[in-house]
Design a protein around this ligand. Sequence first.
Ligand code: UDP
Ligand code: UDP
Length: 488
Amino acid sequence: MGSGQKTWGTPHHVLIFPFPFQGHITPMLKLAEVLSLSGIRVTFLNTHHNHRRLLSSPGVGARLASRPGLRLRSIPDGLPEDNPRGLTEATEIIAAFDATAPPLYRDLLSSGGADHDGAPPVTCVVADGLLRFAVDVAEEMGVPIFAFRTCSSSSFWAFHCIPKLIETGVMPFQDGCDLDEPVACVLGTESFLRRRDLPSFCRTKDSDDPNIRFLMDLTENSTRYRGVVFNSAEFAESIVLSHIRGKVRSTYPIGPLHGLLQAVEHSTGAVGDGGGDGIPSSDSTSLWQEDRACMEWLDARPTASVVYVSFGSVVPLGKEQLLELWHGLVNSGYHFLWVVRPDMIVDGGVPAVVAAGREERGFLAEWAPQQEVLGHPAVGCFLTHSGWNSTLEGMWAGVPMVCWPFVSDQLITSRFVSEVWRIGVDIKDTCDRAVVEKAVREVMAGERSAQMRAAAASISKTARESVEVGGSAFKNLERLIRDIIKSI
Ligand code: UDP
Ligand code: UDP
């Protein structure tokens, strides 16, 4: 691939099927676009709800329509349209989707498209590892299937180690257990991982926790796939990937996928085709409307002077957390651009002090064009929840981070940021304005600031090299495409 050759007259037709959350749709849609530009026919299967939201951003429909051999399809998610679809509803969403999607997905596999629009049959599936039924149905229909995991590979590996964590008494967590105790059984005795850095599900006190069973099932399922695709990179997670290799049939670390897509666009000459109809094409995969006014606000700020604050698409924030964060930011003395999603504050709206004070130092956006924001020269620090996509985007942009992780793989990722890549500060398990202020100052202008900035610039350079022709992500993509083609 990479030479721009077309192969979509051939029988290869890949169905890409993400879990219906922003952090899953983003990297899997990028993969759909990458494969389509590489000559593979692709169907991207979204939920009706997210399909509508995705296409409501100007220029997105035009961009996706311009991808050769890419078609979008959607199915219901089993929930009423006005049902909330945040992190707190995750179990409800999984149950509704598990009940609704399998027959529709089976139809797509058997007919090549429920709408019989002439597409050749699906010859291979790349499904989100969270969709347990996807592998059952693919096996039943005899269709080869690859898993896509949107979490970091360190988190995937920690889930794999759950039986060992239980055997060695690290889990379940006992009352008063030492959260700072090193955990040796995940990454060896030299481990920089502490109990508090394990993915949040490991913090259970219940040995029969259904979430833990679910995660263990997913990990056990991994051997049923032809291989596992990670939006991860050799340069970032080689220590973990070396543990995973051999435990699944093949691993394909092809991240950061947003960077890989840019590289493939360049190598296939697919850059800047515009959106037609006077609408500029957009590289957005956002389900929310992006507030582009924040880009003008950034244009007016000096280089590396702004703290960009975002907690991703699903994390909820309590009023106390919000206020501690707000005061910490204001007290740091820096300007900030802060994403406050309309559904983000759990116990009431934006407090009066925040709403009134925003003009002074901050810009509040409901949703920002994050990759563009991180690439803006005015941004000097990324205060993040350490979501995996956000972390990769911060690395790609070379922006040092303050990590305030909340749940899931965020807790292990923030440890990698501070201890492995050394491009930021980890303030997990705190909710204190003084801690926020100190961390922001440390990253912006503290003693270690220059070191973190240099490490971030270096990792950004390595990330960019890895997606170019001959780089590790690019080679892994070529191997994935070869294996998809061979899998028929
Ligand atoms: N092509 C290719 N491999 C394929 C199918 C097509 O290289 O598997 C080339 C084909 O040689 C032609 C171009 O892509 O130059 C357009 O192919 P096709 O007619 O399939 O595209 P369409 O115009 O029907 O979309
Ligand atoms: N994002 C965005 N604008 C925002 C906030 C987030 O485009 O204002 C995007 C961000 O770029 C990332 C995704 O939403 O691609 C969030 O994914 P991540 O894995 O970081 O966190 P999650 O939402 O899964 O917790």
